[in-house]
Write a protein that binds this ligand. Structure first.
Ligand SMILES: Nc1nc2c(c(=O)[nH]1)N[C@H]1C(S)=C(S)[C@@H](COP(=O)(O)OP(=O)(O)OC[C@H]3O[C@@H](n4cnc5c(=O)[nH]c(N)nc54)[C@H](O)[C@@H]3O)O[C@H]1N2
Ligand SMILES: Nc1nc2c(c(=O)[nH]1)N[C@H]1C(S)=C(S)[C@@H](COP(=O)(O)OP(=O)(O)OC[C@H]3O[C@@H](n4cnc5c(=O)[nH]c(N)nc54)[C@H](O)[C@@H]3O)O[C@H]1N2
Ligand code: SF4
Ligand SMILES: [Mo]
Length: 741
């Protein structure tokens, strides 16, 4: 008899399990390496190649995987894929390598005693503990005291199954994802402005623009293959980069607007006023396709050139030249990423960009658009199908018709669908402090590194009664805090689809066996449903492709309708498929943009001008903390919290192993800090050590540290955009001291 059979919470469950141990549960559990993981798909020839998309960034490059006896031995970029046209960045090239790491999670692990170690348990025990502990918490503290945090890095089918099992099966109300850290601002900005969360562009727009404006975006390292598309532009484009610091992308800029952090909104209002004053407006487009322009024009009157220059720190002539370029160039595209989304006023900043595109008619035509670039490989899938902020398919939990529609498609009772929105990530974390959340299930994200203000974040996690972490690796910062670790298969070890930045659905495939007892997240969710006792509700969700069929139905009639996608094979044959692709669309054009007809998704068919007075930074520098800390990506070879990229010897050679801080030479001189010397960086919340990288790329009074190092979020300040609830990771006050204390 093993130890867990003595555990009191196990006993009723054991009885339950015997009653319900159906054939699916048995099949799932009896596979030595999990359900179907013992074999590779029959359809693949033993020695051949097979195509799939990359599992790191949202560019979604096609990769050709080379197989020997059915198993991947290498890969190269797919030359015919419309996204990357034969190119890949170092992470893509090394994608298989990181699967072989010795610290892969190979068995479930359980910490029986809060102060004890994580010890291996079998799947049966792990699942009983999962259901037993979470049910116990729910019984004591109410059904909503258990929550989940999902991700933008799993296939759509997996995140949908998770969201459905958690909310419709287990009765949880609160679930959010790491996409809150990343895309929430763009989602809200688009929904409010266009009536649906719909990035309008296609990558061909990079090649077809006469001017490209990159705002808070460093595609050279964060989206290297999108940047290759920019490099293929034959129209001698103007490249305007709005970023407080110099980075890899500003090196190619024809205009670098090094603004004061978080003054983008003021800049774009100031530019809007200039364009209006000079009559440089696409009046016809504004009249036929938008609402709210007159109020907007009155509002920006307050943003004179002098005010804009003084608040942004730019010269008036830089602002005038920028406005002039927008007017003179025929096709202008605006691209934004985390420098905009991660802000105390992110939504209104994103909308200030959208306003410029609308008022100049730069939307719906080749080489134009107000274009948010996504981050993770499947952030777009998560935005539509994680069942966290939206009900499956971009529906609304609060809308009774939407609930009825989805319940009908899923053949579930409408009463299982929550009628309220979930708490956001930070509300869930704060809910722990308020003793409202007692159990948390974290899937495919590393909260104890990437969440803002780590000292507080870890305090929150440590107060949980039960923390379950489901990850590919057993030793992530978050897994180290877990009571239960569930070992997951990664990209390359499972099937499903991703949606990339330009709304293109692409396939991933199983070309490797997951190590040990690791299971595809899909199968873990199925098992959770079985053990919870709600497996019956999800019989139709029997495989990723079966779920894809369910999700197609959920998309019917929505802007993201992809009911015309025949099946997985068809996606491949088409070179990926961009939504929308409604039924009847037999051979969609390979690159398509939205709004070509000037019609938006609001009931009146018009886009909205949205605006609000700019607000100052939330934590201003002072004598004790004289620098503004900027954070972001450090190199093309590092991915987030580095659980994956640090496992490739090749990638490791391509970036500095030790944390570094970019500091201006004048500041370094004043503080007597030499290049490559260790310094201590401190905020009101925490401190870290880093090596000084003395460079004029950052302005005086500002410093930059990459997010890939664990110390970075010890410093950041938990401030959020009021509408999107996205954390403002890129602006807090710190001091820097020579010598590492
Ligand atoms: N190699 C690599 N690629 C990645 C990732 C990775 O970890 N590694 N992560 C992926 C993900 S999830 C994401 S979300 C994307 C992120 O992609 P990006 O957003 O392009 O990357 P960041 O470096 O976070 O931020 C971009 C820039 O914003 C600037 N910035 C900071 N504050 C401001 C401001 O107030 N205004 C303006 N205009 N700019 C500001 C920073 O100086 C930085 O250069 O990258 C994706 N691609
Ligand atoms: N200071 C600062 N902080 C930031 C940012 C910033 O710019 N500055 N950027 C923010 C942004 S935009 C983002 S997106 C977040 C990213 O933050 P995280 O999501 O925490 O970063 P990752 O390292 O990608 O974490 C993904 C985890 O999932 C695991 N994993 C990978 N594939 C699978 C799988 O298939 N299944 C399972 N179960 N697990 C898997 C990985 O091992 C890893 O532990 O960080 C945010 N934090
Ligand atoms: S650019 Fe992004 S999708 Fe393409 S290979 Fe690199 S990480 Fe993968
Ligand atoms: Mo992100």
């Amino acid at each position: 008899m093993s130890w867990y059979q003595d555990n009191p919470i196990m006993q009723p469950l054991q009885t339950l399990l015997h009653q319900r141990e159906g054939s699916l549960t048995r099949a799932l559990l009896q596979q030595p390496a999990g359900f179907g993981l013992g074999q590779l798909p029959q359809s693949q020839l033993p020695d051949a190649t097979t195509d799939m998309v990359c599992g790191f960034c949202s560019t979604g490059c096609g990769l050709k995987v080379h197989l020997k006896e059915g198993e991947a031995i290498g890969l190269s970029p797919t030359t015919s894929y419309p996204v990357n046209l034969g190119m890949a960045c170092p992470k893509g090239w090394e994608a298989l390598r990181v699967l072989d790491a010795p610290d892969r999670a190979t068995t479930p692990l359980y910490r029986a005693d809060k102060n004890g170690r994580l010890e291996p348990v079998d799947w049966d025990a792990a699942l009983r503990l999962f259901t037993g502990r979470f049910r116990q918490i729910q019984e004591k503290h109410g059904p909503h005291s258990v929550a989940f945090i999902s991700t933008g890095q799993m296939p759509t089918e997996e995140m949908a199954l998770l969201g459905a099992v958690a909310k419709f099966g287990m009765g949880l109300r609160h679930g959010d994802g790491n996409t809150r850290q990343c895309m929430a601002t763009a989602v809200v900005a688009y929904k409010e402005a266009f009536g649906f969360d719909a990035p309008p562009y296609t990558y061909a727009d990079f090649e077809e623009s006469d001017a490209m404006v990159f705002v808070g975006s460093n595609p050279c390292i964060a989206h290297p293959i999108m940047w290759e598309r920019v490099m293929r532009n034959r129209r001698s484009p103007e490249i305007i980069v709005v970023d407080p610091r110099g980075n890899e992308t500003t090196m190619y800029a024809t205009q670098h607007l090094a603004i004061q952090p978080k003054t983008d909104q003021t800049l774009f209002y100031g530019v809007a006023r200039l364009l209006i004053e000079q009559g440089r407006i696409d009046e016809k487009f504004v009249e036929l396709s938008t609402t709210g322009f007159e109020e907007f024009a009155r509002f920006v009157n307050d943003y004179s050139l002098a005010r804009t220059a003084s608040e942004t720190g730019l010269e008036p002539n830089q602002i005038e030249r920028f406005a002039c370029t927008i007017h003179e160039k025929e096709r202008v595209s605006f691209w934004w990423t985390m420098g905009v989304n991660q802000s105390h006023q992110g939504v209104r900043t994103a909308q200030s960009i959208i306003n410029l595109a609308l008022m100049t008619g730069n939307i719906g035509k080749p080489g134009t658009g107000a274009n948010s670039i996504t981050g993770q490989c499947n952030a777009m899938g998560s935005r539509l199908f994680s069942n966290t902020t939206n009900l499956l398919g971009g529906h609304d939990f609060k809308n009774a018709d939407h609930r009825a529609k989805i319940a009908g498609i899923l053949s579930m009772d409408e009463s299982v669908i929550p009628t309220e929105n979930s708490w956001s990530y930070h509300e869930i974390m704060e809910g722990i402090l308020k003793e409202k959340i007692k159990g948390l299930w974290i899937i495919c994200t590393n909260t104890a590194h990437s969440w803002i203000n780590q000292n507080l974040a870890r305090e929150m996690l440590s107060r949980l009664d039960f923390l379950v972490v489901q990850d590919m690796y057993h030793n992530t910062e978050t897994a180290q805090m877990a009571d239960l670790v569930l070992p997951a298969a990664g990209w390359g070890e499972k099937e499903g689809t991703f949606i990339n930045s330009e709304r293109r659905i692409g396939r991933i495939k199983k070309v490797r066996r997951a190590p040990g007892k690791a299971l595809a997240d899909f199968h873990i969710f199925q098992l959770v449903a079985e053990y919870w006792g709600c497996g019956e509700q999800f019989r139709r969700w029997s495989s990723p492709e079966a779920v894809f069929e369910v999700l197609k139905e959920c998309s019917r009639g929505m802007p993201c309708d992809f009911t015309g996608v025949q099946n997985y094979r068809w996606i491949e044959e088409q070179g990926g498929v961009q939504w929308p692709c409604p039924e009847g669309m037999t051979a969609p054009v390979q690159e398509r943009r939205l709004f070509e007809d000037g019609c938006f998704y609001h009931a009146d068919g018009r886009a909205k001008f949205l605006f609000e007075a700019s607000r100052p930074l939330t934590e201003l520098p002072n004598e004790a903390y004289p620098f503004i800390l900027l954070t972001g990506r450090g190199s093309a070879s590092q991915w987030h919290t580095q659980t994956r990229t640090a496992k490739s010897p090749v990638l490791r050679k391509l970036y500095p192993e030790r944390p570094f801080i970019e500091i201006n030479p004048a500041d370094a001189r004043a503080l007597k800090i030499a290049h490559n010397a260790w310094v201590t960086v401190e905020s009101r919340r925490g401190r870290m050590r880093a090596m000084a990288l003395v460079t004029p790329a950052v302005r005086q009074g500002q410093v930059f540290i990459a997010m890939h190092y664990e110390g970075t979020n010890q410093l950041t300040d938990a401030v959020f955009d009021p509408y999107s609830k996205q954390p403002s990771y890129k602006a807090c006050a710190v001091n820097v001291k020579g010598g590492a204390e």
